[in-house]
Design a protein around this ligand. Structure first.
Ligand SMILES: Cc1cc2nc3c(=O)[nH]c(=O)nc-3n(C[C@H](O)[C@H](O)[C@H](O)COP(=O)(O)OP(=O)(O)OC[C@H]3O[C@@H](n4cnc5c(N)ncnc54)[C@H](O)[C@@H]3O)c2cc1C
Length: 545
């Protein structure tokens, strides 16, 4: 068997065999673990580099702010200096815990546009059109509003309305309607366009991560083994067939053999990293790091895409913001008690309360911008809220043209990879952000928000021209945490997996997570990743016969 590495000092101490070995217990990996072990006929090993999800802040929605820089559950990556953002490095939190990023994310449940999936299908990915994927969104879902043609009930993933009455979030919705954006009750229904309230992946006020929704109900199955603090170091091949995974746990390297398949679900950064470390990637890169080439696959790590977020921050005229709750010991205690007793109130705030999807140009067929509105303000996400009453709304261009890459820095599996996103690299991306900020300012100036606005803290009244707005985007733009497409699905020479998510040119190996998206869909990525894993589970079981 080949390990992909010439000089492997670590020889595995033991070897166990399973039908399926899944690498990564994130949004996708937990779905696979549940579905593949459900009938009790096959043995499944789920490897997770992080710990169990015992940190209490994982389960409280507002806790995502506390986990942002919590290294016990977070990979805490950084990009390389970004040329389009004045050479700044952009912090990239990723979940490193059971549930993966679904345990630390902002909880918003947004599927994207029907047209996203039809575009995937048009690019040759048979079985990924909107009509094909809708049944999997519904299968996953336990929609608390009840079932309808777009929504399912009884699935593992509970999707709920927000449990807090917030005058500011309501005023934002009214202001957007006044600015000409239609009200939309359901961003995941017939059409995404409009303004309304986000739904979240929560169950009775607590986070519904994929670990909570999919793994917990399956944990007692005798045919499912879950190993935490287990870092997969490399895949082991026989010729071009994937046979085993070497992983390090408590300082010991162990080998897990897969009778049927290895499923890599390590996320958009770690999946291509693991393939490259194992000898599947651009030959020149692997050789530079002393890794034997199993398959020259130049697309592995290519086509990295992410959503940029640019926040506009307002000083509020009334003490109704989360800043005011957090900055008052009395109101903080009351919010804690309200949450403890009723699972309601400010502690249920997710990464956005209300939001909007609109087009920056009438020539577009569907919205190209998403707004996240949130009743607090801070200089940097995950840091202290402002000492004054404040709120924010961010613009996010939904289908950026800019493309980046993910490359290993060395053959050391513990070394963080080199991440380049190349935000704002194209004229379309730059002008969409400028136009979106102008549109957002129109909403923020509408009558319904007037009683709440003192002034614009950032970018500020002196930032007016296109050049000034673009300069602000470069100075302050950051990520919405949606990296995708680094092991892209397709049939062209740079595509890494086929439409059944099998790594092209290798047997017994699939990638199932955000990295397989043919391109970034128009919304938040958690629900689509769960849909992908639901569909992959069916394909894997069908292929097993
Ligand atoms: C801060 C933040 C906020 C977000 N907000 C939202 C939101 O509000 N709504 C939304 O829809 N999406 C949101 N997202 C994005 C969404 O959560 C992710 O797109 C999605 O969870 C990705 O799923 P995945 O399965 O591809 O990867 P992940 O869920 O990241 O899972 C990968 C797993 O693999 C493990 N792993 C990695 N390498 C190895 C290895 N070598 N060995 C063993 N295990 C390994 C990781 O530790 C992790 O548990 C957010 C993400 C973040 C980080």
């Amino acid at each position: 068997m080949t390990s992909g590495t010439r000089a492997s000092a670590d020889q595995p101490s033991d070897s166990a065999e399973f039908d399926y070995v899944i690498v990564g217990a994130g949004s996708a990996g937990c779905v696979l673990a549940n579905r593949l072990s459900a009938d009790g006929k096959r043995t499944v090993l789920l490897l997770e580099a992080g710990p169990k999800d015992t940190n209490i802040w994982i389960h409280v929605p507002l806790g995502y702010g506390k986990l942002f820089k919590e290294k016990s559950v977070n990979w805490m990556y950084q990009t390389e200096p970004e040329p389009g953002l004045d050479g700044r490095q952009v912090f990239q939190p990723r979940g490193k815990v059971l549930g993966g990023s679904s345990s630390i994310n902002g909880l918003l449940y947004v599927r994207g546009q029907h047209e996203d999936y039809d575009r995937w299908r048009q690019r040759g990915n048979v079985g990924w059109g909107y009509d094909d994927v809708l049944p999997y969104f519904k299968k996953a879902e336990n929609q608390t509003r009840g079932a309808d043609p777009y929504h399912g009930t009884g699935g593992p993933l509970t999707v709920s309305d927000w449990r807090h009455d917030d005058p500011l979030s309501e005023a934002f919705v009214k202001a957007a309607v006044e600015a000409g954006i239609p009200f939309n009750k359901d961003f995941n229904g017939a059409t995404q366009e409009g303004v309304g309230f986000f739904q979240t992946t929560t169950r009775r006020g607590r986070r519904a991560s994929s670990a909570f929704s999919y793994l917990r109900p399956a944990r007692s199955r005798g045919n499912l083994r879950v190993e935490t603090d287990a870092l997969a170091q490399r895949l082991i091949f026989e010729g071009r067939r994937a046979r085993a995974v070497d992983y390090r746990q408590n300082g010991v390297v162990r080998r897990a053999r897969a009778r049927r398949e290895i499923l890599v679900s390590s996320g958009a950064y770690n999946s291509p990293q693991l393939l490259q470390l194992s000898g599947v990637g651009p030959a020149e890169l692997l050789q530079r790091h002393g890794i034997d080439v199993v398959l020259d696959a130049p697309g592995v790590g290519n086509d990295l895409q992410d959503h940029l977020q640019v926040r506009v921050m307002m000083r509020c005229a009334q003490r109704v913001t989360l800043n005011d709750v957090v900055n008052s010991p009395f109101r903080s205690v009351m919010a804690g008690l309200q949450y403890a007793a009723l699972r309601k109130g400010p502690l249920t705030i997710a990464a956005g309360t209300s939001g909007a999807f609109f087009k920056t140009s009438p020539r577009l067929a569907t919205p190209d911008i998403q707004i996240h509105f949130i009743p607090f303000s801070t200089d940097k996400m995950g840091e202290k809220l402002h000492p004054f009453p404040g709120f924010s709304a961010s613009v996010c261009q939904l289908r950026p043209e800019s493309r980046g890459s993910l490359r290993i820095r060395s053959a050391d599996p513990a070394a963080p990879p080199e991440i380049r996103i190349n935000y704002l690299a194209t004229e379309t991306d730059r002008s969409a952000n400028i136009d979106a900020i102008r549109m957002l300012r129109k909403i923020l100036a509408a009558p319904a928000l007037k009683p709440y606005v003192v002034d614009e803290v950032e970018p500020g009244a002196n930032v007016v021209s296109d050049d000034e707005i673009l300069a602000f985007c470069r100075q302050r733009g950051s990520t919405v945490y949606h990296p995708t497409s680094t092991c892209r699905m397709g049939s062209d020479p740079l595509a890494v997996v086929d439409a059944r998510l099998r790594v092209r040119g290798i047997d017994g190996l699939r990638v199932v997570d955000a990295s397989v998206m043919p391109d970034l869909m128009s919304g938040n990525t958690n629900a689509p990743v769960i849909m992908i894993a639901e569909k992959a589970s069916d394909m894997i079981l069908q292929d097993a016969g």
